[in-house]
Design a protein around this ligand. Sequence first.
Ligand SMILES: C[S@@+](CC[C@H](N)C(=O)[O-])C[C@H]1O[C@@H](n2cnc3c(N)ncnc32)[C@H](O)[C@@H]1O
Length: 275
Amino acid sequence: MPRPEDSGPPELFYDANEANKYTSNTRIIEIQQQMSERALELLALPCDSPALILDLGCGSGLSGEVLEENGHFWVGCDISQSMLDIALEREMEGDVLLSDLGQGVGMFRPGMFDGAISVSALQWLCNSNSSKENPFKRLFAFFTTLYSCLKRNAKVVLQFYPDSPQQAELIVRQATRAGFNGGLMVDFPNSTKAKKVYLVLSCGDMTFQMPRALGENDGTQCVYTANERVRLGRVDKKAMSRKQWVLKKKDRMRKLGKQVANDSKYTGRKRSKKF
Ligand SMILES: C[S@@+](CC[C@H](N)C(=O)[O-])C[C@H]1O[C@@H](n2cnc3c(N)ncnc32)[C@H](O)[C@@H]1O
């Protein structure tokens, strides 16, 4: 199935039409809310006191609603004006900001948030839609600025859909370089439908222990940190051939309306050293 991230920039994908579709689909609402509840549980906030939580890629506020229902305050960031318009129409209590997570979240005061969550947004940062967008740099800017706007010992839980073990590994590496400790946790690792990947991070707490994943009935703990190879499923060793990679990229550029050379038998071939 094609991934939305391969279709172009998120602010174009989540246009008014997609934003409406997204927020009126009961199945999507149910899944987003379930994952938000799980993210909140993994944040393990101290009981009884309302917290201020940052929602990264907050969209139309489905995750924000779960935070509100649990008595917390929240601030959300999203790159799609259409998604934020729906959050505003739904009269959510959280404040929302139009911003690109790849530019970082440096607009917030240091140590301002008690925790942060993100539901189904992080994988978008791994795609590059122009020569200026470098996923390594964007992820690093995101994690370093996130680290500084959190209180010491605060936690971050980011549910996302990695498109490969390598992509998940890159995300863990950049989070660790930014100073976080923690790693990936996979709920229901053996189920195609229920399997969900969470990056669980701690900001400076050296005693932090990764939580236990759900559905580990075979006794193996599905937790992967920066020092281990990420095993999120079948690792396609040969991955994509060079030609497939080039064709996929050209296809994406065409969808973005860019001029791309026609495909030919030479597409994806290595140039000889003479060039
Ligand atoms: C699948 S939606 C999830 C929305 C939200 N978490 C919810 O529960 O409704 C993914 C969201 O990530 C946002 N997003 C993707 N890339 C982003 C970026 N670079 N900066 C900010 N938001 C981004 C999209 O605009 C979209 O609203």
